[in-house]
Write a protein that binds this ligand. Structure first.
Ligand code: ATR
Length: 276
């Protein structure tokens, strides 16, 4: 009898990862026999741990902080979106025994915003806060929703400018510091900074949101983030955290591995309940 297919998420820390719950729910829902676990990897040991996992018959990995660049280097082949993101969150063993690296974060966020929340992305003025790895991961899929106008604002203005230049040929994108935002208005603001983790908020001028402006935080938790509270106080038309993005990026990984797209709605509801 064949052994059950093995999957895992590698990260550090990993204790609070929701990925095992999410993928186990997808497997049950779609009738797929697989086992998915969370594995803490020591920093500097990613390549060894991943090689061991696949050598032992593992079929696919999710990769989270701080190993997305290690996974990028580890893959034998990279998808275009992984290359553009400069990071890999999904590794898959191909039939040819090669390891394929992909990045499903950006497409997960766009699906959550468009399909789950029903927010318009076309022809919108979009502001992205932050210019780190998380933001680089979402720019390609977001600019694909053309025509959009994307502005990246970051504490370190040069990093936003560099990102804007990297993606310039894919759409209308500009970058700078927070001080350039005064007097401007946006239809969608996405927080991709890690400021929420320390309870902080980037310095934002008021009246940054247009009349029907929406606010999306890539972070999630049991309580609204500082950015979400700011947006609500600015009377945003709608506000969301990034829990849907987490489940959608997982669904895209599941689809890459198993060739089946799970229904994300009940899983988002289940994870939401487990937070409270
Ligand atoms: P990630 O992979 O989560 O994107 P990162 O690459 O370290 O992590 O990027 C963190 C982002 O959050 C950066 O844009 C950072 O701004 P700087 O480039 O100026 O460092 C931003 N950030 C972190 N803490 C912040 C804070 N308190 N206020 C504003 N921006 C913050």
């Amino acid at each position: 009898m064949d052994k059950i297919d093995q999957y895992a998420v590698f990260g550090n820390p990993i204790k609070h990862s929701k990925s095992p719950q999410i993928h186990t729910a997808f497997a049950e829902q779609t009738g797929q026999a697989l086992h998915y676990r969370a594995h803490k990897v020591e920093v500097g040991r990613f390549a060894d741990a991943a090689a061991q996992f696949f050598k032992n018959g593992g079929k696919g990995l999710n990769i989270t902080v701080p190993f997305k660049l290690d996974a990028y280097d580890f893959a034998d082949e990279l998808s275009g979106r992984a290359r553009r993101a400069g990071a890999v969150n999904t590794l898959a063993l191909g039939d040819d025994q090669r390891i394929y690296g992909d990045n499903t974060d950006g497409v997960g966020m766009v699906r959550d915003i468009k399909d789950n929340l029903g927010w318009e992305v076309h022809n919108r003025r979009i502001l992205i806060l932050g210019a780190g790895g998380a933001v680089r991961g979402i720019l390609g899929p977001l600019l694909k929703q053309a025509p959009t106008q994307v502005t990246i604002a970051n504490r370190t203005a040069e990093k936003a400018q560099t990102l804007a230049e990297m993606f310039a040929e894919r759409g209308e994108v500009q970058g700078g510091g927070f001080d350039g935002l005064a007097g401007r208005q946006f239809d969608l603001i996405i927080n991709g900074t890690s400021a929420s983790m320390s309870g902080d908020l980037p310095p934002l001028p008021s009246q940054l949101l247009s009349n029907e402006g929406c606010a999306y935080d890539m972070m999630y938790g049991a309580e609204p983030t500082p950015f979400m509270r700011w947006a609500a106080a600015e009377t945003a038309w709608a506000v969301s955290d990034g829990l849907g993005m987490l489940v959608e990026q997982a669904a895209e990984s599941f689809c890459i591995w198993r060739g089946v797209r799970p229904d994300t709605k009940p899983v988002i509801d289940m994870i939401r309940q487990s937070l409270s």
